[in-house]
Design a protein around this ligand. Structure first.
Ligand SMILES: Cc1ncc(COP(=O)(O)O)c(C=O)c1O
Length: 384
């Protein structure tokens, strides 16, 4: 039977989208020896396709890492990393500012599987040493933290972890590897929600785990395959295409983000802007020391007001659309009620939080949009 060899040999500038559940071999000998003969380990679709491997190589290069495993979402990348290494009887430290789904997984699933889960204060730095126990297996970090943007001293935490033989993983989605390279700072696993900046167009879910250690790679490749965490080649193609413009988008969105954040910082109805590139942010010194980009995501605390005032603000927005994601070319606004902070240890605020993701519409247009939405908020505050 003819296979698709001619098609695969065709030289195109764009990556080939190779679909496969089934991989075929020329002889029984090739089939029997398939794992040894194929350095990339292609033997069945679940272990990946050449399109997936190309994306993994591109991400590894960008992260300055040796190996990468992609997963069907950022959440899948986080959970796959934990599932690869953490077992019943282990102790796991998780920053209180980590992505909510990771904390839910740790507290609801892992804790029931006899994993000792402990949430720590994001600003802990080297003092994390006091929390390390003989059975501590992994530290899960995110910097800046989800929604409230707390910076962490990643190099200090990674140093302590190395000293005690504890694995570290960092959700690096906010900075992307253009802004911060976790592996260079001693982190074992750099996780990206490729859904955000990498893809850049709000139309695909994907995650990546990048590392240097080959044994860790073997564990995660096996975990990815056992959990059936394969990604479609079409989705890989979309992320590969998005990455062609990653640097341009990160820079342009970062510039607008800083301009919009500086404008909001001065607005009388804004109580606080949570954004490490601002000098007023408690994490600014660490951001300045370690990071090279501004990101496109930050949060606001408005002057206290009733729920209806937030409705007036959000419903008045024209350029910003209301949605919980971020990192794409369209600006987004999301609302996090005060209860969400109250339910978390070491909360950064007891107020509702408005989170903005800045796209490519241009800072001036976005400022005007926020100006009139804040005016609507102000009107709602003063009306009975
Ligand atoms: C910081 C961060 N990490 C991970 C994720 C999860 O990514 P995904 O939506 O692809 O599962 C998100 C999604 O919002 C995120 O903001």
């Amino acid at each position: 039977m003819s296979t698709n060899k001619e098609q695969q040999a065709f030289g195109s500038l764009s990556p080939a989208v190779m679909r496969a559940s089934t991989v075929v071999f020329d002889s029984l000998e090739d089939f029997v020896q398939r794992k040894k003969r194929q350095p990339d380990g292609f033997s069945y679709g679940v272990t990946g396709t050449p399109t997936a491997r190309l994306l993994e190589r591109r991400i590894a290069e960008l992260e300055d890492g040796q190996h990468c495993v992609i997963a069907p979402s950022g959440a899948a990348a986080l959970m796959t990393t934990v599932m690869g290494f953490v077992r019943g009887g282990d102790h796991m430290l998780v920053s209180a500012s980590c992505y909510g789904t990771l904390k839910t997984f740790a507290e609801k699933w892992l804790a029931r599987m006899n994993v000792e889960v402990e949430l720590y204060k994001p600003a802990i730095g080297a003092e994390i040493e006091a929390l390390i126990k003989p059975n501590t297996k992994m530290i899960c970090m995110e910097s800046p933290g989800t929604v409230t943007m707390e910076m962490q001293d990643i190099p200090a935490i990674a140093r302590v972890a190395k000293k005690h033989g504890v694995l570290t993983m960092l959700d690096n989605t906010w900075a992307s590897p253009l802004g911060f390279k976790p592996l260079q700072h001693g982190v074992d696993f750099s996780i990206e929600a490729a859904t955000k900046f990498f893809s850049g167009h709000s139309d695909v879910l994907m995650g990546s785990i990048t590392m240097n250690n080959h044994e860790h790679y073997d564990v995660l490749r096996e975990t990815q395959s056992i959990l059936g965490q394969q990604v479609s080649p079409e989705d890989c193609f979309l992320v590969l295409r998005g990455m062609e413009t990653l640097a341009l988008r990160v820079n342009a969105q970062g510039e607008s983000t800083l301009a919009v954040a500086r404008y909001l910082e001065k607005h009388p109805l804004v109580e606080r802007v949570m954004y490490p590139p601002l000098e007023s942010d408690p994490g600014h010194a660490i951001w300045k020391r370690d990071f090279n980009t501004n990101g496109c995501l930050f949060s606001l605390v408005l002057k206290p007001g009733p729920e209806r005032a937030f409705h007036a603000f959000f419903d008045a927005l024209k350029h910003f659309v209301i949605g919980a994601s971020w990192g794409g070319v369209h600006s987004l606004a999301a609302y996090y009620p005060a209860a969400l902070q109250a339910n978390r240890p070491y909360p950064a605020t007891d107020q509702p939080v408005v989170r903005l993701s800045i796209g490519l519409e241009g800072a001036e247009a976005l400022q005007m949009d926020l100006e009139q939405a804040l005016a609507a908020y102000g009107n709602a505050l003063s009306s009975k």
